[in-house]
Ligand binder design. Structure first.
Ligand SMILES: [Zn+2]
Length: 88
């Protein structure tokens, strides 16, 4: 669990969001290096928009993957995406 103090420390706006979202794309596509992933994870710990963006992209990626494999997409995953979008 994240303590109240840690939550408050997180930035609610990202001054480098365009960069961050590019990195998110690389990570969910499996194109980022370990170093890039580690760096982004550190950033994500302090940056709320980055964390949300990453989780959303990850959910979308999973959904697309399942669609490609012609598997049914669990409604829990769809709910997860809807919920994340609504909190952006
Ligand atoms: Zn950021």
């Amino acid at each position: 669990m994240v303590s109240e103090a840690e939550k408050i420390q997180k930035k609610t706006s990202c001054e480098h969001q365009a960069e961050c979202m590019k990195m998110v794309q690389l990570i969910v596509d499996g194109q980022a290096s370990d170093e890039q992933i580690n760096q982004f994870k550190l950033n994500m710990d302090t940056c709320l928009p980055c964390e949300k963006g990453y989780e959303l992209e990850k959910c979308i990626k999973e959904t697309m993957q399942l669609r490609l494999e012609k598997k049914c997409v669990p409604s829990s995953l769809i709910d997860c995406i809807k919920q994340k979008i609504s909190t952006l």
